[in-house]
Design a binder for this molecule. Structure first.
Ligand SMILES: NC(=O)c1ccc[n+]([C@@H]2O[C@H](COP(=O)([O-])OP(=O)(O)OC[C@H]3O[C@@H](n4cnc5c(N)ncnc54)[C@H](OP(=O)(O)O)[C@@H]3O)[C@@H](O)[C@H]2O)c1
Length: 340
């Protein structure tokens, strides 16, 4: 199975290293815009201790490159917003490749980008390939996992999912997008201007989860507030004085018949305990909890790699995790996975 990495930042590189450890996968090259990566051997760029004999080309060369390589799969890990990554998806689909992307808005693209979604769906069907957005969140913690847990529910009244994590353990880019060390006013203004995003994907998770359950959500409310440090704290990258931002509290609610049906809470601040929890009110009552938390980067890379074995069995078109038979770790040989 020939795979091209479109975007070899931290996530694309982690995915590439995991793919490289699998049987039956051939890393066929990378595409990026970062001058420090373009023109170099992919193995060097993704942090292997050896070359792979294929290089990272600039995005401006991507069309010729994809046409010559003819990959089975393109992994797009370049950005969050579908309108920005749309040309990358179109080029990949046009050469007959399945696309898996970590773009948060692609997890349920019809919510923010209904017109682009239609175009991608049509093009994917025409080329007999699939396009899927997935990762740890959206893609699993706030949507596919709660949906799976309801498999044993006779009645579901409300779903409540919490992701709690220590922001100090996360990468610089995560800490920056959560506004660490800013004043609460700076945080709010930068979020309003789109200069920082904090988490993106609450609404996508609500739409994805409700679509899996066959429930029509009538209204979604998303909000993110800064968590303010009560005492001095620091991370590897930021020194945070009391009164400054040490994390975020993001929440989103999906309403059905005027009442809360899905509630999501993301608690990410310096020193917080790592854990994930899903509570399902109904029959039976259920509380699932992972006391260890789920490290986001490795979980995202693993989801992308593991889902390949299910994606290739799915029908062509623009898909969501709803269309994928339950993913699990895939430990087999990828050359045994059908690409047709
Ligand atoms: N769904 C999930 O659970 C999940 C989890 C983790 C991450 N994500 C998302 O996955 C994406 C990748 O994460 P990351 O941390 O690796 O992001 P990143 O640090 O921004 O890396 C993205 C890479 O793609 C390059 N790039 C940007 N525009 C490009 C283009 N037009 N063509 C080719 N390459 C391009 C970037 O170059 P420059 O640096 O020069 O711009 C960079 O090398 C992000 O959008 C992130 O939010 C989703």
């Amino acid at each position: 199975m020939r795979v091209v990495l479109y975007g070899v930042g931290p996530i694309g590189s982690l995915i590439a290293r995991l793919l490289n450890s699998k049987d039956g996968i051939e890393l066929a090259g990378g595409i990026d815009v970062d001058p420090s990566k373009v023109g170099k051997d992919l193995g060097v760029v993704i942090g292997l201790d050896r070359t792979l004999g294929v290089s990272v080309v600039h995005d401006s060369q991507s069309w010729e490159f994809l046409k010559s390589v003819k990959p089975d799969i393109v992994i797009v890990s370049t950005g969050t917003y579908l309108d920005k990554i749309y040309p990358q998806i179109v080029r990949s689909v046009a050469v007959g490749a399945d696309v898996i992307s970590t773009s948060e808005t692609l997890a349920y693209p019809w919510y923010r980008y209904p017109e682009l979604s239609l175009l991608i769906d049509e093009l994917a069907r025409k080329n007999n390939v699939r396009v899927l957005g997935t990762g740890v969140n959206p893609g699993f913690m706030f949507d596919a996992l709660p949906a799976l847990l309801t498999s044993v529910s006779a009645r579901v009244e409300k779903i409540y999912a919490v992701r709690s994590l220590d922001a100090a353990k996360r990468r610089y880019s995560f800490q920056k997008k959560c506004g660490l060390s800013l004043s609460p006013e700076e945080f709010r203004s930068k979020v309003a201007l789109g200069e920082i995003t904090a988490h993106v994907g609450y609404a996508e998770s609500i739409m994805l989860l409700s679509s899996m359950l066959g429930v029509r959500i009538e209204r979604i409310v998303e909000e993110q507030e800064p968590v303010v440090a009560e005492r001095y704290v620091e991370t590897q990258y930021f020194k945070i004085e009391p009164g400054k931002v040490s994390g975020i509290h993001g929440r989103a609610v999906g309403y059905v018949n005027g009442t809360e049906f899905i509630r999501l809470d993301l608690l990410a601040s310096v020193g917080r305990k790592d854990y994930d929890e899903v509570i399902i009110e109904g029959d039976p009552e259920m509380r699932w909890r992972n006391e260890l938390g789920t490290p986001g980067d490795v979980a995202t890379a693993a989801m992308v790699v593991n889902v390949i074995s299910r994606l290739t069995r799915a029908p062509p078109g623009l898909l969501t995790m709803k269309d994928i038979t339950l993913p699990s770790a895939y430990l087999g040989d990828y050359s045994q996975v059908s690409t047709s």
